[in-house]
Design a protein around this ligand. Structure first.
Ligand SMILES: Cc1cc2nc3c(=O)[nH]c(=O)nc-3n(C[C@H](O)[C@H](O)[C@H](O)COP(=O)(O)O)c2cc1C
Length: 209
């Protein structure tokens, strides 16, 4: 009985990434009876602020300094989010490209969960080591333009590349990607075809995820 955590980073009801994620989850639940799925809608939950207090707590940990009471309380909220994240066995991330990268709510979430001693370790001798290991991740990346073919457009894709980088940094090794593109540049017909292609891929991947 595995727990799949779906981290949803588009606020749009008519979102392409969300539609493809829905198709994936429908097929996943049908083919993995007994598994559970939880969707974390990043535009609907309230994340703890990543502010001066939390940063002071973070740097205290890095430098082996004690916390004040306020810092303890602020850090506890961060720990709860990390604990919840790490409680899953599999991860589905559905996200739009915004200004060539990821939406700010997703960056906020990542700033909270990517923490030394929790999701990665560092030592002078061994360097950096991810601590979230042995868990598969699937990225569903929607974008208005087309970047998947590489070339000049590919070099502007800081959505997929950043997500792959940060997941690897946390220890993920098995990272699959479904691109939903172009959702704008090809007009309504192009978007329809992109979504349909991605849904077929998602349903296929769900069977063996
Ligand atoms: C604030 C904002 C910024 C965007 N920036 C880009 C961009 O840099 N490149 C791109 O190809 N599309 C961009 N788009 C278009 C979205 O990537 C596209 O509509 C995509 O389908 C959104 O995903 P969703 O349908 O899951 O919400 C942007 C859209 C918004 C709302």
């Amino acid at each position: 009985m595995a727990k799949l955590l779906h981290i949803q980073a588009s606020p749009r009801d008519r979102s392409h990434s969300r539609a493809v994620a829905r198709a994936f989850l429908e097929e996943y639940l049908a083919s993995h009876p007994g598994d559970t799925v939880e969707t974390l809608d990043l535009f609907r939950i309230e994340l703890p602020p990543f502010d001066g207090l939390v940063l002071q707590a973070k740097y205290n940990i890095l430098h082996g300094q004690p916390h004040t009471d306020d810092e303890i309380a602020a850090w506890k909220r961060v720990e709860e989010v990390i604990e919840h994240f790490k409680s899953a066995d599999k991860y589905l991330w559905s996200l739009p490209m915004w200004n060539f990268t990821i939406p700010y709510k997703l960056k906020h979430y990542l700033d909270i969960i990517v923490q030394p001693t929790y999701t990665f370790a560092h030592s002078r001798e061994a360097g950096y080591k991810g601590l979230v290991t042995g868990k598969p991740a699937l990225l569903i990346c929607a974008r208005g333009g087309e970047y998947g073919g590489g070339g000049e457009a590919g070099s502007m894709d800081f959505q997929r590349t950043y997500m792959e980088l940060i997941l690897r940094f946390m220890g993920f090794e098995e990272i699959k990607v479904i691109l939903v593109e172009p959702t704008l540049a090809g007009g309504a017909q192009g978007a329809k075809e992109a979504r349909e292609r991605a849904i077929v891929e998602a349903r296929r991947m769900a069977l063996e995820f």
